[in-house]
Ligand binder design. Structure first.
Ligand code: ADP
Ligand code: MG
Ligand code: MG
Length: 874
């Protein structure tokens, strides 16, 4: 097997094998950009290493051969005492996991070669600085020496000075100290054989795939756990050679807003990890123009080449060694949800991509983010401080200063804002748990910014006026002090930081959907409008909504709903109407029962009429009552206590208590509900059918349009549906509404498996995927989340809760069978879905694939479903 690829052999499409970093380094070499030579060990080697606990047998030989070739190209040998070649050993998985895995720089330095490096570069200071970095990084990442140990030793020598102020002699002493620290913690000397250093570093990178924080990040980002990382061996170039050297990171556009321009941070006389770690304050990239015009111009040229080549926003890492520019990394950059829409739209305007490609690059999850509310600035005082708007959103929470505590408090259901000077990968659990992240240092490319953006979490970074006092658990801005536990609000769209809780208002995107903002209101709204229009053009499926009030229905329609796929009727029995339901339940004999139903009928009729009016002739699927009736009665214990402690006996309450006892069920979700209720309490469904028919007639009489569809819940056998249908048809005929479609939910597994029979009696199907999942897996939807689901996710039984994303293999199979067998019997059978999954991006894709006619989801999910249904067709 070929486990090693020279950069000259790879390209950007080999991410599976070479990881993102390796594939893109190869691509940059391919298009002639200045990349230091190197090679990549494949993810396949990593997978074998992780499975076997040791590298594949052929790996050492192949690495050796590529190393020799590299040495020949560079005219130097790895760690050669007189004139050493140094390399970096860099992780790089298929999906970028910023800072989650390990990288070791300056591999090849030893007690002997450090002198060679000093002699060749004529720079003692640089040589010792590089050596102390190697011992530090190698110690930390390869041998698990606690990083603090090195940092304390360095702080002692440094005092108040910055790290660049250390001179050669001090650094040399520091190397001695570092070696002692290394030996103390590992029980061995720092390895003096360059090839051993290399081998250990490679294995450490392999191992870092399973580092705790990497595992956590993957789970959060839903990156598969079995991909493994590639390892890149890259000839070192040095940004720490002096003032005419340096290192930086940049984006080809602003990743927060999509605005075109030059965005990046630069740090003179430093090695790469210094920038991300926020060791010293960086300067804006434009200052490089003053420092080194030639390199700056070359960099601008390369950035535009990369944008043109990748047809997208790219982020890059570069290093300047004594006036010579080197590219060390590029990738299609992470961006905020807003920027994703704006950039894609810009690229269409620039003729770089077409609308299909622009749509392909969007996601429903991102659109959903843009629909979250934003702060209402008119309702607050001035912010206490402003930082850099790194990742948008409006976050409110109690201030917390450490990751672990943030995670703990969040687990108790508290909302927290994690405040740090800067974050590092160990802060990941806290970042995940927090509503938002606030840092006092670091720019748009800092760890906090990059990770927050990737997770879609609100982040304000680099708020320099915020002085964080970690030990004192407080921060100060001027004379304002904010202590742990205080409530603050941070705005990731503007960078503003407020004391207390700021009220929120609808986002511009929602205001646009609501018709309160025109489509050309701003660049974001215009871009969202454009993508949704294109999605509407492409999609095959219709989008309906789940709504049971006129107001919800009207809103969903403004959001683009083409009908109601699920109008629940049980909400219409709540509130004051409970007493009517009680009367129905307690009714003594058919007459009394009928009177109770007669009282409900006009109310139901008005409910339905309101909805028909809001939908103006679009189809409205009304589900007959579904939950067990005792849900409308007071809880057993409450009632029992009330009756037992009453001063005077109340016969009505006593009768009610008796009824509650009588109707009690061990498994109410599998009990007397849905169609069963309709068959056991004659007249209940009938009353609803009559109300529907009369409401439609009424709206038509007013000159409006009404298109009701009657849906029967919980059917498991065709006989159930036939019985309900016969009764309903009789009533519809009496009301002059013959021809109103009557269909059924498919939510009991047996219904899916006998769909061919059921289709004989159904004009349409609508999958109730919540119940279908619940009954298909045998999971109680109301109980699992807090109980064993986290364990199941950990074990990989499923990657995401099947209540969130439809389980294709199991429940999806039931759906497929029902669609196929239903349509065999009745080719024009209309089929939709009205469970929670109707608004889930992944599931929408599946429903398109199996040929459903529509998905129905909550009003706020309608735009998401439109977008995803369009993307599903590309
Ligand atoms: P990460 O994936 O965490 O960004 P990298 O492998 O990109 O880690 O490396 C960390 C830092 O070291 C980056 O800033 C990178 O530019 C720098 N670096 C990596 N390899 C080299 C090299 N061969 N010469 C100089 N700097 C390097
Ligand atoms: Mg990098
Ligand atoms: Mg159901």
């Amino acid at each position: 097997t070929k486990y090693v690829y020279d950069f000259a052999e790879g390209n950007k499409d080999l991410k599976d094998l070479l990881g993102g970093k390796g594939a893109n380094l190869a691509e940059m070499v391919r298009i002639g950009l200045p990349v230091p030579p190197g090679f990549t060990i494949t993810t396949e080697a990593c997978r074998e290493y992780l499975a076997e606990g040791r590298p594949p047998a052929e790996l050492a030989g192949q690495v050796g051969a590529h190393l020799t070739a590299l040495e020949q190209k560079m005219g130097r040998r790895l760690g050669e005492p007189a004139d050493p070649l140094l390399v970096s050993v860099r992780s790089g998985a298929k999906f970028s996991m910023p800072g989650m895995m390990e990288t070791v720089l300056n591999v090849g330095l030893t007690d002997a070669s450090v002198h060679g490096l000093a002699a060749r570069s004529g720079n003692e200071r640089f040589a010792w600085d590089s050596y102390r970095r190697l011992i530090q990084m190698f110690g930390k990442t390869v041998c698990d020496v606690p990083g603090d140990a090195f940092e304390h030793a360095m702080d002692e020598v440094k005092g108040e000075r910055a790290d660049i102020d250390l001179d050669a002699a001090e650094l040399r002493t520091l190397v001695g100290t570092f070696k002692t620290i290394f030996a103390e913690h590992t029980g061995r000397e720092f390895p003096q054989d360059p090839r051993e250093q290399l081998k250990l570093a490679v294995n450490a990178v392999f191992d870092s795939w399973n580092a705790e924080r990497a595992v956590l990040y993957r789970r959060q980002e839903r990156i598969p756990a079995d991909l493994g990382t590639a390892v890149n061996i890259v000839a070192m170039v040095f940004g720490n050679l002096g003032p005419d050297s340096g290192t930086g990171v940049a984006f080809t556009r602003d990743p927060a807003t999509g605005a075109r321009g030059v965005y990046g941070d630069y740090l003179a006389n430093a090695q790469g990890e210094d920038v991300v770690a926020g060791i010293r304050n960086t300067v804006g990239l434009h200052e490089l123009e003053q420092l080194d015009k030639k390199s700056f111009d070359e960099l601008m040229g390369i950035m535009s080449t990369l944008e043109g080549h990748y047809r997208d926003l790219c982020d890059i890492e570069f290093t300047i060694e004594a006036g010579k520019l080197w590219m060390l990394q590029t990738r299609v950059g992470k961006r905020t949800a807003a920027a994703a829409f704006i950039i894609a739209s810009q690229l269409v305007d620039e003729g770089m991509i077409d609308l299909d490609e622009a749509l392909r690059r969007q996601s429903g999850a991102r659109l959903a983010q843009l629909m979250f509310p934003t702060f209402d600035e008119t309702a607050v005082d001035k912010p206490i401080a402003k930082g850099i708007a790194a990742s948008p959103g409006a976050a409110v929470g109690h201030v917390v200063f450490d990751s672990e505590q943030a995670a703990e408090q969040a687990a108790r259901g508290e909302k927290v804002i994690l405040v740090r000077r800067e974050t590092n990968p160990d802060d990941l659990p806290g970042m995940i748990a927090a509503q938002g992240i606030l840092t006092s240092r670091g720019g748009k490319t800092s760890h906090a910014a990059v990770v927050a953006r990737g997770m879609g979490k609100t982040c304000v970074c680099g708020a320099e006026s915020v002085e964080v006092d970690l030990a004192g658990k407080r921060f100060a801005v001027g004379d304002v002090t904010v202590s742990e536990g205080d409530l603050i609000s941070i705005d990731g769209t503007t960078g503003a930081i407020y004391l207390g809780e700021v009220p929120v208002k609808p986002s511009p995107v929602v205001r646009y959907f609501d018709g309160d903002l025109p489509a050309d209101a701003d660049t974001l709204v215009a871009a969202v409008h454009r993508m949704l229009e294109h999605a509407d053009l492409r999609r095959r499926m219709a989008i309906r909504t789940n709504a049971d009030t006129g107001a919800d229905a009207a809103r969903a329609r403004r959001f683009g709903a083409q009908g109601i796929g699920l109008c629940r009727t049980e909400h219409m029995f709540l509130g004051e109407r409970r007493t009517m339901v009680e009367r129905l339940i307690l009714a003594d004999g058919e007459d009394e029962q009928q009177r109770a139903l007669d009282a409900l009928l006009p109310l139901q009729r008005d409910d339905f009429a309101e909805i028909f009016r809001a939908m103006g002739g679009l189809p409205v699927t009304i589900r007959l009552i579904d939950p067990p009736l005792h849900e409308f009665l007071p809880p057993l214990e409450e009632l029992a206590v009330e009756v037992a402690t009453a001063e005077h006996p109340d016969p009505h309450r006593e009768a009610l208590l008796a009824a509650v006892h009588r109707m009690h069920e061990q498994n109410p979700m599998l009990g007397l509900r849905g169609v069963r209720l309709g068959l056991v309490i004659p007249g209940l469904f009938g009353m609803q059918v009559r109300a529907i028919a009369q409401a439609a007639a009424k709206v038509r009489a007013e000159g409006g349009e009404a298109r009701p569809e009657i849906m029967v819940p919980l059917v498991g056998a065709v006989q159930e549906l036939e019985a309900v249908r016969a009764d309903a048809e009789r009533i519809l005929a009496e009301e002059g509404m013959t021809g109103t479609p009557i269909g059924t939910m498919i939510e009991v597994p047996r219904a899916a498996l006998t769909a061919g029979q059921i289709a004989e009696a159904a004009d349409f199907f609508s999958f109730g995927t919540n119940d279908l999942t619940q009954m298909g897996w045998g999971f109680s939807r109301d109980d699992v989340e807090g109980s064993f689901f986290s364990r199941y996710l950990e074990l990989g039984v499923f990657g995401v809760s099947p209540f969130e994303t439809l389980d294709r293999d199991g429940i999806g199979r039931l759906v497929r069978i029902a669609v196929q067998e239903g349509r065999q019997v009745r080719p024009d059978l209309k089929i939709g879905v009205c469970g929670e999954h109707g608004g889930d991006p992944e599931s929408v894709r599946f429903f398109d694939e199996v040929g459903l006619d529509y998905v129905s989801c909550s009003p706020f999910r309608v735009p998401v479903a439109r977008l995803e249904a369009g993307r599903a067709r590309l």
